[in-house]
Design a protein around this ligand. Structure first.
Ligand SMILES: O=C(CO)COP(=O)(O)O
Length: 139
C-alpha cells in the first residue's frame, strides 16, 4: 500500500514516536511525506520515505494530486488543531480529495493507530477493488 505521512510542527514528535512504534508495519509499505516530516522520518525513524515539498510550499497539494491519481491508499495526517496554518486551503483540499477518492485519512494519533492496525490485519483489500473500479475510467 502507498501511505502518505504528514505532521504539523507541534505534532511531528508524536508522528516520529508513532513511526518508531509501528516501523515493523510501515517499512513493508511505500511511504511518502511532506518535506520536513519526510526528512525527520528518514533521519529519526530510519524509514525510506519519498519527500515532497514542505507543506506550506505545496507538499499537501502534491500529495492531494497523488490521491486523485489513486496512488495513495492511506493518509496519516497528525494535524495541529490549535495553530493557524498559512496553507489551510491546501490542507482542506487534500482532505476533500481523500473523501472524493475513498482514501482513509487519520487526522490524529488515535485514529492513526486504528487504521494502521487495520492495515496490519488486511482490512485494506477494498482499496484494490476501488482502484480497479476507477481504472475503467482512465484514458
Ligand atoms: O504543513 C504541513 C502539512 O500541512 C507539513 O509540512 P512539513 O512536513 O513540510 O512540515
Amino acid at each position: 500500500m502507498n501511505i502518505a505521512l504528514i505532521a504539523h510542527d507541534k505534532k511531528k514528535d508524536d508522528l516520529i514516536r508513532f513511526a518508531e512504534a509501528y516501523r515493523h508495519i510501515l517499512e513493508r509499505h511505500t511511504l511518502s511525506a511532506t518535506g520536513t516530516t519526510g526528512g525527520r522520518l528518514q533521519k529519526e525513524a530510519g524509514l525510506h520515505v519519498k519527500q515532497y515539498q514542505s507543506g506550506p510550499l505545496g507538499g499537501d497539494q502534491q500529495i492531494g494530486a497523488k490521491i486523485a491519481e489513486q496512488q495513495v491508499d492511506l493518509v496519516l495526517f497528525f494535524r495541529d488543531p490549535l495553530t493557524a496554518q498559512p496553507h489551510e486551503p491546501d490542507i482542506t483540499a487534500l482532505m476533500r480529495l481523500a473523501d472524493v477518492h475513498g482514501v482513509p485519512l487519520a487526522t490524529n494519533m488515535a485514529a492513526a493507530e486504528v487504521l494502521i492496525k487495520g492495515l496490519e490485519h488486511g482490512l485494506f483489500a477494498f482499496r484494490e477493488i476501488l482502484k480497479e473500479s476507477t481504472d475503467q475510467y482512465d484514458t
